[in-house]
Design a protein around this ligand. Structure first.
Ligand SMILES: [Zn+2]
Ligand SMILES: [Zn+2]
Length: 383
């Protein structure tokens, strides 16, 4: 048995060195205590130099005591005060549940290996797993259910490309990605989705690159409203790979249109205070009332007023910057198209393309200009 454990341990560590991604969990929370339970399969618990095999029924509690000491409890009995705890899976398909009592977090299932340490008075949890298993979880979290296989392949390539592009983003915290929206949401994979598993498997190692061989910026949004956006309309940077174009696939979908009413007083206050817009001038109301975007624009009314549409979107929580405006009876009526920033891939357009029989390569090429697909060579060679 000892030999078997040593063999599995060596195998997993070896495999981990080759193809794993390190994900920081709950990085935005200040975790002071967590419970680990629901072990599926066997894990080795390593607390400093003490090694113990954990059974599926065991429950581990990790708590910070007096702000500077980590204590480990096994089945509610004190076990040790280690500086670092590792949980190593003995088969590479194991999962466990993590729950935090201090932050009222739901129990979430994670797979792979874990390291827990005390960093700046909070529990630092790093989850290591095969990058392809990580991608499966991200696709579940970022996509809806009941979609076509080709659409899941699109999401798998996007998520893998994103992970590779920002591989060193959290380097100073000793992991690659966090599991919040700052990087990619991950860890909600309660049920296995066979279609997503198949999409990840059949796109294994595939990533998108730009013609200069850099990883392609994988921006996407819910619906572009029929026209994608240039990057400098939304952010300050102009990125040559994103050219605005007419998207004919998303115009009749759920999020294609929106409407919003805003009191004129609130709207006017923002425009006068922030941009010195001459709101009391009768002609200003006429100008606002006739604001129509047949194509996406960067500024409200005219660039000379210096009112970026993205500022209006932020201030009034608008679904997009792609809207027309009318003023009547002291109410500003906005009629808009799309949902999201409009840069890169339009998810609803891509979903329609997949349902019409386009394959994932055609869909990616439609939204990401001058993109080509490449393999993560290093990971493939190390396999
Ligand atoms: Zn992050
Ligand atoms: Zn679209």
């Amino acid at each position: 048995m000892k030999f078997f454990i040593a063999f599995c341990f060596a195998f997993c560590v070896l495999a981990a060195n080759c193809q794993t991604i390190r994900v920081g969990l709950y990085t935005e929370k200040s975790l002071e205590s967590i419970e680990l339970s629901g072990f599926s399969g066997q894990y080795l618990l390593i607390s400093d130099s003490i090694v113990k095999e954990i059974s599926p029924k065991d429950i581990l509690d990790v708590k910070i005591i007096e702000g500077n000491q980590m204590s480990l409890f096994l089945n509610q009995k004190f076990y040790s005060s280690p500086s670092k705890i590792s949980l190593i899976q003995l088969q590479c398909i194991n999962t466990l549940l993590i729950q935090s009592s201090s932050s009222n977090l739901k129990k979430i299932s994670f797979e792979g290996d874990f390291e827990i340490s005390l960093v700046e008075k909070r529990l630092n949890i790093i989850n290591s797993l095969d990058i392809e298993d990580y991608i499966k979880s991200v696709v579940v979290s970022e996509s809806g259910i009941n979609l076509d296989l080709e659409y899941y392949k699109v999401q798998a390539v996007i998520s893998r490309t994103y992970a590779m592009k920002y591989w060193q983003r959290h380097e100073n915290q000793s992991f690659n990605m966090c599991n919040t929206t700052h990087c990619q949401v991950y860890g909600l994979r309660n049920n296995t989705n066979l279609l997503i598993d198949s999409a990840v498997k059949s796109t294994r190692s595939l990533v998108m690159k730009y013609k200069d061989d850099s990883y392609y910026p994988t921006f996407f949004h819910a619906n572009c409203g029929g026209q994608t956006s240039e990057t400098d309309y939304i952010w300050n940077e102009k990125m040559a790979c994103f050219k605005s174009f007419q998207d004919t696939f998303c115009r009749k979908t759920k999020q294609a249109n929106w409407e919003k009413e805003i009191p004129l007083e609130k709207w006017s206050k923002f425009l006068t205070e922030k941009y010195n817009f001459p709101i009391n001038d009768e002609s200003s109301i006429v100008l606002m009332s006739n604001f129509i975007q047949e194509k996406r624009m960067a500024f409200f009314i005219h660039p000379r007023y210096g009112i970026p549409l993205r500022d209006l979107r932020d201030e009034f929580d608008l679904k997009s910057t792609f809207f027309n405006c009318q003023v009547k009876d002291n109410i500003v009526y906005l009629k808009g198209k799309g949902n999201g920033h409009g840069v890169g891939l339009c998810q609803e357009g891509a979903i329609i393309m997949a349902s019409k029989g386009y394959d994932f390569k055609q869909i990616l090429a439609y939204y990401y200009t001058d993109m080509y697909l490449d393999k993560i060579v290093k990971l493939r060679l190390n396999r």
